[in-house]
Design a protein around this ligand. Structure first.
Ligand SMILES: Nc1ncnc2c1ncn2[C@@H]1O[C@H](COP(=O)(O)OP(=O)(O)OP(=O)(O)O)[C@@H](O)[C@H]1O
Ligand SMILES: [Mg+2]
Length: 370
């Protein structure tokens, strides 16, 4: 801008009230001056009428009752807080709030209000405030849709987890019952057959050399079938509860990996919700699998305790630690799955890690304090 033009505009701004008025009216958002002491709007540009769908006369009729007529009942508190903050505000401080006003058509419109003190009376009390208001309905709708869609995804994920658990339970039962029973029957039949072979030296030789191996093979297969079935869905969890199931899991982990495990568990798990127990069991399983696969740890501590109205499960290792980027990575599906499981029960999961000092995975679930 040249000096000449700038001077010309400057002059108009200060000497021509109409020019100033036109500027305020053209301001591309709602601008207002408010008699804070008497709760009366002093001036609002035309955006007020445009945004709310009323004529100037209709708005004027509301007078100091604009809030009473147009404010969403759930947002009354927002306006009260806004007023309290304005009372305490320093000069130049901006106070922000979001609330809904009713459009003439009956629809609710979201607004973002930014206000600050413009003038005080001689006692220093706020007299006039000045502010701008923006229509944020579209971004609020997008925000609400995002929250709803997250909620839907969380429900879907939990539904899939539940379906997966149910399927595992059935497969585990079938493997255990069908395969396990057939193998046991096979073992009995084999023993029976061998005792019915004609008593010839040749038969004896075959029975003595081959039969022990065959029977051992069947025994090993039976125990493998049991292991597979238990790994799929430990019946301990359904029949005896979370703590025995965790003890079994940790014992298996110790045998498999040679990593030393210390445990500290609650005494009574009888009141725990079954689905929550399942979630805790799976979080522990995923954490221990991670320790075995990634941590290079020598020791692990698993704690299940009640703390400040929450049930807390922590798996701590003394391994190499996880770096921050892996914790935040949206592709870390194991960690994400654990977080989602905890969130579904209104809980949260936190991961703390120090390089070369190990990792702690802590899941907290709100439970009724007893
Ligand atoms: N206890 C741990 N110690 C060190 N690093 C870990 C630990 N747990 C997780 N990590 C790191 O965090 C990454 C993400 O873990 P996450 O469980 O999400 O995936 P993953 O184990 O690689 O694969 P999966 O999807 O099969 O679980 C791992 O690849 C590993 O680098
Ligand atoms: Mg993993």
């Amino acid at each position: 801008m040249t000096d000449k033009i700038s001077k010309e505009i400057h002059n108009k701004l200060f000497k021509d009230p109409e020019y100033l008025m036109r500027l305020l009216e053209s301001y591309p958002s709602l601008f207002y001056l408010y008699d804070y002491k008497n709760s009366l709007p002093v001036y609002a540009n035309k955006n007020l009428y445009i945004q709310l769908g009323y004529s100037i006369e209709e708005i004027k009729k509301f007078g100091s009752n604009l809030d009473k007529h147009l404010l969403h009942p759930d947002d009354i508190n927002v306006v009260v807080i806004n007023r309290n903050n304005t009372n305490k505000a320093k000069d130049g401080e901006m106070i922000e709030s979001d609330y809904r006003l009713k459009h003439k058509s009956g629809k609710w419109v979201w607004f973002h209000n930014t206000v600050s003190v413009f003038e005080r009376d001689k006692n220093g009390e706020v007299y006039l405030t000045v502010g701008t208001i923006q229509n944020i309905t579209k971004s609020k709708q997008a925000e609400e849709e995002l929250i709803e869609s997250r909620e839907r995804l969380r429900n879907l994920s939990s539904h899939l987890q539940a379906a997966r658990e149910e399927e595992r339970k059935q497969v585990a039962r079938e493997i255990h019952d069908e395969l396990g029973q057939s193998l046991t029957a096979l073992k009995l039949d084999l023993s029976l057959c061998s005792s019915h072979f004609p008593d010839t030296p040749e038969n004896k030789k075959v029975i003595n050399t081959k039969m022990p191996g065959i029977l051992k093979l069947v025994d090993d297969t039976i125990s493998k079938v049991r292991k597979i079935s238990t790994r799929l869905r430990p019946s301990l969890l359904d029949n005896s509860g979370l703590v025995p199931a965790l003890e079994w899991q940790i014992n298996e982990f110790q045998k498999r990996t040679n990593i030393k495990c210390k445990t500290k568990f609650i005494d009574d798990d009888s009141t725990l919700d079954k689905d929550m127990s399942m979630a805790i069991f799976r979080i522990c399983q995923e954490s221990l699998t991670n320790v075995a696969r990634h941590a290079k740890a020598k020791n692990v501590t698993v704690i299940l305790e009640r703390k400040n109205g929450s049930l807390v499960m922590e798996v701590k290792d003394d391994g190499i630690g996880i770096n921050e980027s892996k914790i935040l990575n949206s592709q870390s599906f194991g960690l994400l799955g654990m977080k989602e499981r905890a969130k579904y029960f209104g809980g949260k999961m936190t991961i703390n890690s120090l390089k070369e000092k190990g990792t702690s995975v802590k899941a907290e679930f709100p439970v009724d304090s007893e």
